[in-house]
Design a protein around this ligand. Sequence first.
Ligand code: FE2
Ligand code: FE2
Length: 332
Amino acid sequence: MKSVEINYELEKNMEVISQLDDLVGDAVDNVLVDPDECWQPSDFLPDFHNPEVFEEVKLLQKRAEGIPDTVLTSLVGNMITEEALPSYQTYFNLLEGINEERSLLSPSGWVRWSKAWTAEENRHGDLLNKYLYLTGRVDMKAVEQTIHRLLSNGFDPKSESDPYQAMIYTSFQERATKISHVNTGKLADKAGDYVLSRICKTIAGDEARHEKAYKSFMAKIFEIDPSGAMVAFEKMMRKQIVMPAVLMGEGGKRESLYRDFSEITQKVGIYTGWDYARIIQHLVDYWKIEAVTGLNDMASKAQDYLSNLADRYMRLADRMKAPDEVKLAWLK
Ligand SMILES: [Fe+2]
Ligand SMILES: [Fe+2]
């Protein structure tokens, strides 16, 4: 008879996760926004009911003319990342302890969160995709092929199926996307496209709400199970945070697509090695990692590791040279 190995750590994490169900359900009602009250992509786009719409489109294109190719490529990459959100909803519902009933109609707070959160995210890709299409500067077919490929390739954040590690990952990732959108907005402003700037800032505002929620879920886990939370944080950071769109080029004609895109965001300052280090520091401070007491041995070692981690990445970022030349993608 085949023996089934019980993963006690995962069992415990699942138990803690189920204790958070009400808190998460409250976040759905209080942090996420009802579809009728929420901004929608059409609020930022030309209205095709308007007889003057083609004038509006011309103005949009005029404003977008000044956006540097590197910034536009970064924006396309960010949009593609947002467009792969079916993978994120699937990932979330596959985590242990999140969707015990295996039903998207489950009344559980976690399942409701997974849907309401990704429904908010859906507007990001939708708005950026339409906007970029209207600028007339993007090779839409190439973009669509990348989205298609990324979705078919899937997504592996290396959090295993551990819900603790997933909460670390999403806290980190929401902050990372917020930073990317804020910085893109600043560059759009500088290039004279105030509408795009407003779009990026609005999306960043959503990411900020999501980030706050995920950090609060994780804070609760630290409260209930400090040692388990600490070890999960260490595990996730040792594997490093893999960006969600990392598989965009795999199996395609240009395998280096993701690397090229991240070199550009590094070069123009949309998302850099310093940002990575600063996010770690922020999370370490936010969860008061250095002040947690009563840890077991393994968790104490994790605490030491985490306390110095941001400095190590800062030094690494200082030494990292921005590439002299970058390879553009997706532009006409
Ligand atoms: Fe987003
Ligand atoms: Fe988000």
